[in-house]
Design a protein. Structure first.
Length: 475
């Protein structure tokens, strides 16, 4: 006879969102069950954020050595031992893994079950040997690579983010289908580690980001030798021995590109197969599980968070944000509402590209009468010392100065965007950034300079202009 459990919360999925819910619930003494059929930590730890950033870190060091001459350092040559790069990536995964481990969560008091879960009815989830009747369920099953139906693709091996970090030998020529964040991050990483790289994209690279800022990223990649072909359709794949050939169509003409390896980086799809959502009265479509602003499904006992929730960003920090909302609502009955403007994103190429709030195009589409404040990296003293002078900050405000969106392209953009995310969440006026005292010299001064420059057009008093000049000099 199957064992029956009756916890307060049952979490399905041991990725970032699910683990955050389970850890928080257990910390409050709430009986919690966590079901994960694969590796704890999910995509982020095992095949996503952690390994990709570890690989990018190795590639960044290689590029730094190549550019050492600009700092007066004489470096004769650089050798890349790709097998050791592979070891570095997996040592990083191993170092982070204990935080997400089964042992840690059982130590916190969570009942961890390694099995496949599915709904039996609106109130019950089953595994092969256990039945769980919880007061609340949280679906946090994440997403998997979306593989397009390209003729010939399944005729031989190809890589996704789930397999590319298993490579122990450097690809001679890596063809990447998809110029989103994953595609471009891997393109730069492998190019810096010595591979030839060609990126194929049907539309515009990094289509969700500000085109003006994207152009700076693309320029850097192309100057490093990454070939980026946008506006092309991949109409066929041919595998022959150790090579793979992509047939592309552009402007009515066909062309072939042959490489040694193929990476498919064409987005994500929600992992909801096999959950038997219909049995629980949970609505869903191809974009994921349908949820309301509280992240509740049509079955009010069930929440869905992270990548598997329709209409929400497939980002680790978005899943963690969702987890916090669920805890507040499910445990404490506090009113919550998802605020998508509170979720920034970043692409960790070099230069980095980070964004929060509305883009310029989105703000205009909403009819907001906007103003734009900017400041370039090349007018920042710290950027000059680091020789990282490409890029700028772009702040979108209302006419009166309330901050509604920010894009930063340049060094450490992913770090710098944090303050602006807080500013948008708190509905701050850009004036607040003119009053902040910052350490010198730092890249964070970019935002203060942009804020000061925002008020320049309205200055008519010579006295005020002198004050602004003084602030520019002494910060």
């Amino acid at each position: 006879m199957a064992e029956t459990l009756a916890p307060d919360i049952c979490v399905i999925g041991g990725g970032p969102g699910g683990l955050s819910v389970a850890a928080a619930a257990a910390a409050f003494g709430v009986p919690t069950v966590l079901i994960e059929r694969r590796k704890m930590g999910g995509d982020c730890l095992n095949t996503g954020c952690i390994p990709s950033k570890a690989l990018l870190a190795a590639a960044k060091r290689a590029e730094a050595i190549r550019g050492a001459g600009a700092f007066g350092l004489d470096v004769q040559s650089i050798g890349v031992n790709f097998a050791k790069v592979h070891d570095h990536v997996h040592k990083v995964i191993a170092a982070v893994a204990p935080t997400d481990s089964t042992e840690r969560f059982r130590g916190l008091g969570v009942r961890v079950i390694h099995d496949h879960a599915k709904f039996k009815d609106r109130n019950t989830v089953t595994t092969s040997e256990i039945e769980i009747r919880a007061r609340r369920f949280v679906i946090a099953t994440g997403s998997t690579p979306a593989v397009p139906p390209i003729p010939g693709l399944d005729g031989g091996p190809y890589l996704t983010n789930e397999t590319i970090f298993d490579l122990k030998e450097r690809p001679e020529h890596l063809i990447i289908i998809g110029a989103g964040p994953v595609g471009l991050e891997m393109a730069q990483a492998f190019r810096r580690l010595g591979s030839s790289v060609t990126v194929l994209e049907a539309v515009r690279p990094l289509t969700n980001d500000d085109p003006e800022c994207v152009a700076i990223v693309l320029d850097r990649l192309e100057r490093e030798g990454v070939v980026i072909r946008s506006g092309v359709n991949v109409i066929g794949i041919t595998h022959a021995g150790a090579t793979v050939t992509a047939t592309i169509e552009t402007a009515g003409a066909e062309q072939t590109i042959t490489g040694s390896h193929l990476l498919v980086a064409t987005g994500r799809r929600p992992t909801i197969d096999g959950l038997d959502l219909d049995a629980a009265g949970i609505g869903y479509d191809k974009s994921g599980i349908v949820v309301n602003s509280k992240l509740k499904t049509r079955n009010r006992r069930v929440y869905a968070i992270g990548d598997c929730a329709a209409g929400h960003s497939p980002l680790t920090h978005a899943a963690n944000y969702h987890a916090g909302l669920v805890i507040r609502n499910a445990l404490f009955r506090l009113p919550v509402r998802v605020d998508k403007s509170a979720v920034p994103w970043a692409t960790y190429t070099e230069p980095e590209l980070a964004h929060t709030g509305l883009t310029e195009a989105q703000a205009r589409a909403r009819g907001i009468k906007i103003r734009i404040a900017r400041w370039p990296y090349n007018d920042n003293d710290r950027a000059q010392t680091e020789r990282e002078t490409r890029g700028h900050i772009k702040v979108i405000t209302t006419r009166k100065g309330r901050i509604v969106g920010v894009t930063i392209v340049g060094a450490q953009a992913g770090e710098l965007i944090a303050a602006w995310t807080l500013a948008i969440a708190q509905r701050l006026n850009i004036r607040a950034f003119t009053e902040i005292v910052l350490p010198y010299p730092t890249l964070s001064e970019l935002g203060k300079r942009a804020a000061i420059d925002f008020f320049k057009p309205g200055l008519t008093s010579s006295w005020v202009r002198r004050i602004i000049a003084w602030m520019r000099i002494f910060g």
